[in-house]
Design a protein around this ligand. Structure first.
Ligand SMILES: [Zn+2]
Length: 305
């Protein structure tokens, strides 16, 4: 007798498939602790397993950016309860990937209003394949309670906690549904996976991401950021504007090199052998995306010629 896969079982299988990737091979969620770092009177960065979280808490509302993996939801709720006694009112997803939306089901069930770009709801409504350099992870369709209730095409503002929380879409960047969030008064930006601090980025071409879109998004953040702006990346430690400038310049340089080689008629194999990332590998090549995988990925998220 065979058992029909339930949504819960499918989610587990997806998680197991992901666990085969190097970044999560060792993840035991029971051992992960949520750590909170206060960034202003009303904002915090929280880290655990999966994407970095942003939190605004104050007199009006509790507003959370992203919610990691499903097993992390109780720990995220406990961490928020250490900061505020108010209920979690808003969850904003920076994009649809399951290491940023896994807690939606638990938090949505408790009454949080989930907000995201239009394409996040569209992608979470059906099974998705997330490809990365020859491997792929299935993200099964989410139950209704986990889906965004408010969806955004361009931009949206939340007037809470004495701050203006401004979220805007950056087209075809990490995916086709990225929102970047600027806490204007607190001078904090959450970039989601458009920015991996200290690491080469993962750009999900299978979900509409492009290298030029990531570069344009980084430039947009650099325009609104000042020298004291705190930047929460999707992965990696809290960043400054200077960190983002360096990373953006690395990405721009690699993009130009690959485009030039393509214009010169070089094959993908020749470009992979050309050392286009060499001087950056020590600083950025030790994260989820290793140097060879980064070049291979870039070949897929840049225009053919
Ligand atoms: Zn992602």
């Amino acid at each position: 007798m065979t058992h029909q896969p339930t949504p819960r079982r499918q989610a587990l299988l997806a998680l197991l498939a992901l666990a085969a990737t190097p970044a999560l091979a060792q993840t035991d969620f029971s051992k992960v602790e949520i750590k909170a770092e206060k960034l202003s009177d009303t904002t915090w960065m929280l880290t655990g397993a999966g994407g970095n979280l942003g939190l605004s808490a104050g007199d009006d509302a509790v507003f959370l950016i992203d919610d990691q993996f499903a097993p992390m939801a109780p720990k995220i709720q406990a961490a928020i309860a250490q900061i505020t006694k108010r209920p979690l009112q808003f969850v904003l997803n920076t994009h649809f990937h399951f290491d940023h939306t896994g807690g939606n089901e638990a938090l949505g069930s408790k009454g949080a209003l989930i907000v995201a770009h239009d394409n996040v709801r569209r992608r979470m409504s059906s099974d998705q394949l997330i490809n990365f350099v020859g491997s792929s992870n299935k993200q099964p369709a989410s139950p209704k309670v986990a889906l965004p209730v408010v969806t955004v095409a361009g931009e949206i503002s939340f007037h809470i906690n004495g701050d203006e929380v401004y979220a805007f879409h950056v087209p075809r960047a990490h995916t086709d549904g990225d929102l970047i969030v600027h806490f204007r008064k607190s001078d904090v930006v959450h970039m989601g996976d458009v920015y991996f601090n200290g690491m080469y980025p993962f750009i999900d071409g299978s979900s509409g991401g492009t290298a030029d879109g990531v570069l344009a998004a980084a430039d947009r953040v650099l325009k609104l950021a000042g020298d004291k702006t705190r930047i929460i990346p999707g992965h990696g430690p809290l960043a400054s504007k200077a960190d983002l400038v360096d990373w953006r310049d690395m990405l721009a340089t690699v993009i130009v090199r690959i485009k030039d080689l393509r214009l010169a008629g070089k094959s993908d194999a020749e470009i992979r052998a050309a050392g286009v990332t060499a001087e950056y590998d020590a600083r950025y090549g030790n994260g989820f995306v290793k140097p060879e995988a980064f070049v291979q990925m870039m070949l897929g998220v840049l225009p053919p010629k």
